[in-house]
Design a protein around this ligand. Structure first.
Ligand code: OX2
Length: 831
């Protein structure tokens, strides 16, 4: 690499090159220096917040040193890199993760203790970086942790939202949203790169002309221009120097100023116009698994894609390679269809700006991209209205028409006269208005398409993308089962369990090679190991109980079975079935004699999750859970046998407390609807068992841990279509137990029954999510859970055995699979 410093000056640089702090003393020195200079505070006014900021500045310095080394190494090695494009990165907090990955937690803990602080209090000061909705965004966060931890040269690209996912409060049982302005106290984990500014255009018009060589040249004159400014977030790998980069873009006004308005004396409105630019990256759309066709969202997508590609191409151009080698240097993974415009943008840059022939350009494009699909739910598939698209991105629309034309010609050749096939696979849906089908564009523009669990990857091949399997053959479609990072989801969230496992494995190597968990299996029946295992679960349950006491204001019995369902609230995830089950349990207990009650396994039913602000049915489910909670918890007949808790504002930090405390967690989506799920993996890794449907990654978890160590129930995906058909064309009788539940709701047991009308009639009507069909099977499985929980010895050995067999679900394994079969990138060691 060319250095910007002349060779005669480099000696001075080398003499004073910064070093990472080593021991506790050096950390403390750095800490105090940051308190007194960076924060301009002192011994007289250093509170927990200031201490958190100073400590994180010291740690940040370390990360930046490692980051610099890594980037230099990657640049000199000049190997292929991967870029993970995701509109969501649900990172959570950074400080604990940074300390653990860098192996400096003990030093900092002791260091701040001497200075008068508790590390736990400092960690609590950090707001979550909640730049995502749920599983899709958290997967991206686990993936970039794994890419760094396994030494792959890879960057994440996303948006730097000023407002992350909204904060949820429960008022009178209802969800109330408030904005999450997470940047109030500045963010020590980002490095603003004000010098990296990229212009992005919107609107305007296109024209074409023939140049002197007789070539047709397309020109896009934009109508609006904004600037993308880079913010870099270092991503430290675990137990390695490799520190990768997550580059997040913020929109800023360009320095161009509307002088016409200015001169006309309308200074204020000209300032206002330019300020509007900042709204592009201001807020995360709060929908999970749901498409809402807002223009600003499409603007976000193009803004982010254009800035990222510009950046990637600038880096590529520095190597002076010919364009055809671009896919040998660059792999880009599309996290769902949100970044699909990148396909069109790269084609546009190559053809319009760089003069590459269309066919050559298209080869480069398709060899560069891979597309991950995360859902088969029709309401989540992106389709942009052509008029909206055309207006915002006129040149891109033309290019899409051309991509579509060439694609359909190719199909026509392969399958002559199959006109219906052509209509079915066209990127343009012939509705009114016409729509751009983004998933089809992503498939056509990529060399590999993958689903996120085995069942899901099969389903996309046989349902929504069936025709494309016919066209391209089956090899283009593959599976990469999701994974989770054991660093955050075991070591950080459950340090005691991690320590206990390390004592048997002989080291913490399992955090890098999760298959080593196998080594604890021989201890599944070892009484001493079991006791320690149980004590840790109890400790984690007490930690959660303290949280519930603080935020919900009541006590729960930590010897009760903790039954947890935490995830976004969605009809397909069926929290309604869970709460109907709770009501059934409540009614059963109410009908019991004192003697019968003695046989009941005490339970605490814990719920958590956000509803999209505009999702009426999901909000009604939240209201019902809270109404049931209020009635049940106050009922003296029930006492400790049943408690219902709704934990407000479920987020990554809360997950770290909730997940290690569960005995049973519920993953009960209608079969075929949950593409994978990833919290299922987190719960089992923390010693909880699953009550679940035969859906998503539950199936592979069963295969790995053994079917005796999971509670499965319900209809299979293959029966779902028939069952729905039956509901549509005949009157299917309601499950009798469910009927009693509905009677209780309708009689006002949980307040005004009218509130729940639509929820109840969604089941008594077409029951699209098959709640009634699965209800008896669900109750049977719950009964088994109650019985089995009483047998403490078997329960704990099942828990240990399950954990021992979770190696497959490390996101390191998932990343290796992507690297090997989609990206073709190799790891690079950084000394
Ligand atoms: C989620 C899926 O619903 C979930 O099943 C999966 O585990 C996760 O993505 C990660 O793959 N939005 N969120 C998802 O899909 C979409 C679309």
């Amino acid at each position: 690499i060319e250095a910007s410093i002349p060779s005669e000056s480099r000696q001075v640089w080398q003499k004073f090159g910064v070093k990472e702090f080593g021991g506790k003393d050096e950390f403390q020195q750095e800490f105090i220096r940051h308190v007194e200079t960076t924060l301009a505070r002192s011994i007289y006014n250093c509170d927990d917040l200031a201490a958190y900021q100073a400590a994180s500045q010291a740690i940040r310095d370390r990360l930046i040193i490692a980051w610099n080394k890594t980037q230099q190494k990657h640049t000199t090695k000049d190997q292929k890199r991967v870029y993970y494009l995701s509109l969501e990165f649900l990172m959570g907090r950074a400080m604990d993760n940074a300390m653990l990955n860098a192996g400096i937690k003990d030093i900092t803990k002791a260091g701040v203790a001497d200075l008068g602080f508790k590390i736990e209090d400092l960690l609590e000061q950090e707001p979550d970086a909640a730049l995502g909705n749920g599983g899709l965004g958290r997967l991206a966060a686990c993936f970039i942790d794994s890419i760094a931890s396994t030494n792959y040269p890879g960057w994440g690209y996303g948006l730097r939202y000023q407002y992350g996912i909204f904060k949820q409060r429960i008022v009178d049982g209802y969800q109330v949203e408030s904005p999450d302005y997470w940047l109030t106290f500045s963010n020590p984990w980002e490095i603003p790169r004000y010098e990296i500014q990229i212009d992005v255009m919107f609107y305007g018009y296109t024209r074409k002309y023939t140049n002197d060589d007789g070539k047709v040249v397309h020109v896009w004159e934009g109508g609006e221009q904004v600037q993308a400014v880079a913010y870099d977030v270092p991503v430290p790998g675990y137990g390695t120097e490799t520190t990768n980069n997550l580059r997040l873009w913020a929109s800023k006004p360009t320095r161009e100023f509307d002088f016409e308005k200015f001169n006309a004396g309308d200074y204020e409105s000209s300032v206002r116009e330019s300020q509007k630019a900042e709204t592009i990256s201001a807020v995360l759309y709060p929908n999970d698994n749901f498409y809402s066709g807002k223009e600003l969202r499409l603007k976000q997508q193009y803004f982010w894609v254009a800035a990222s590609l510009n950046d990637i191409i600038r880096r590529f151009k520095k190597t002076h390679r010919p364009w055809k080698e671009f896919p040998d240097q660059v792999a880009i993974q599309l996290n769902d269809t949100h970044p699909t415009l990148a396909v069109v943008e790269l084609q546009r840059i190559l053809v319009d700006m760089e003069g590459v022939e269309w066919d050559d350009a298209w080869k480069i494009v398709t060899n560069t991209f891979g597309y991950t699909n995360h859902t088969v739910l029709p309401e989540a598939l992106e389709k942009w209205p052509v008029p909206l698209f055309q207006n915002l991105l006129p040149r891109h629309m033309e290019i899409i028409y051309d991509i579509n034309l060439f694609f359909l010609q190719q199909v026509e050749k392969l399958f002559p006269k199959e006109r219906e096939l052509l209509a079915r696979v066209s990127i343009i849906e012939e509705s009114s208005p016409q729509q751009v089908r983004m998933a089809y564009l992503a498939i056509i523009g990529s060399h590999k398409v993958n689903g996120v669990a085995e069942l899901h990857s099969e389903l996309i091949k046989t349902t929504i993308f069936k025709d494309f399997v016919t066209i391209y053959g089956p090899d283009k479609f593959m599976n990469v089962t999701n994974g989770i990072t054991p660093r955050r989801w075991l070591h950080q969230a459950n340090p005691k369990l991690s320590d206990l496992i390390a004592s048997k494995v002989g080291s913490y190597d399992f955090l890098k090679d999760l298959n080593l968990l196998k080594k604890i299996e021989p201890f599944a029946h070892d009484p001493k190991f079991q006791d320690e295992w149980v004590a840790i679960k109890k400790f984690n349950k007490a930690r959660l109980a303290a949280h519930i006491k603080q935020y919900n204001g009541f006590d729960i019995n930590i010897d009760a079975l903790f039954d947890v369902q935490v995830k976004r609230i969605h009809e397909y995830k069926r929290q309604q079935m869970n709460i109907f089950g709770v009501i059934h349990r409540y009614l059963s207990i109410k009908a019991m004699t004192e003697k019968e009650k003695k046989e009941v396994t005490p339970r605490v039913c814990i719920f958590g999750g956000k509803s999209a602000p505009g999702y009426y049915m999901a909000k009604t489910i939240i209201k019902l859970i809270n109404a049931v909670s209020e009635v049940v918890n106050a009922d003296a007949d029930v006492g400790d046998l049943l408690k219902v808790v709704f934990i407000a504002d479920y987020n990554v930090s809360k997950a770290e407390i909730i997940i290690p405390a569960s005995d049973i967690s519920q993953h009960i989506s209608t079969a075929g609807t949950e593409a994978s799920g990833t919290s299922n993996m987190k719960f089992v890794l923390n010693g909880g068992l699953i009550l679940g449907t035969v859906d998503g990654a539950n199936i592979e978890i069963t295969r790995e841990v053994g079917e005796n160590n999971i509670f499965l129930f319900g209809h299979l995906a293959e029966s779902v279509e028939d069952l729905r058909h039956k509901h549509r064309f005949s009157k299917v009788p309601l499950d009798p137990n469910l009927e009693k539940v509905f009677e209780a709701i309708e009689s006002g047991t949980f307040g005004d029954p009218n509130i729940y009308n639509s929820l109840v009639s969604s089941v008594t009507g077409s029951d699209y999510y098959l709640v009634s069909d699965d209800f008896q099977s669900y109750l049977d499985a719950q009964k088994l859970v109650d019985q089995d929980f009483k047998n403490k010895d078997t329960w704990v050995s099942r828990s240990i055995t399950a954990v021992a067999n979770m190696g497959f679900f490390s996101s390191d394994r998932a990343i290796d699979e992507y690297a090997e079969s989609i990206w073709n990138v190799e790891p690079i060691a950084v000394e």
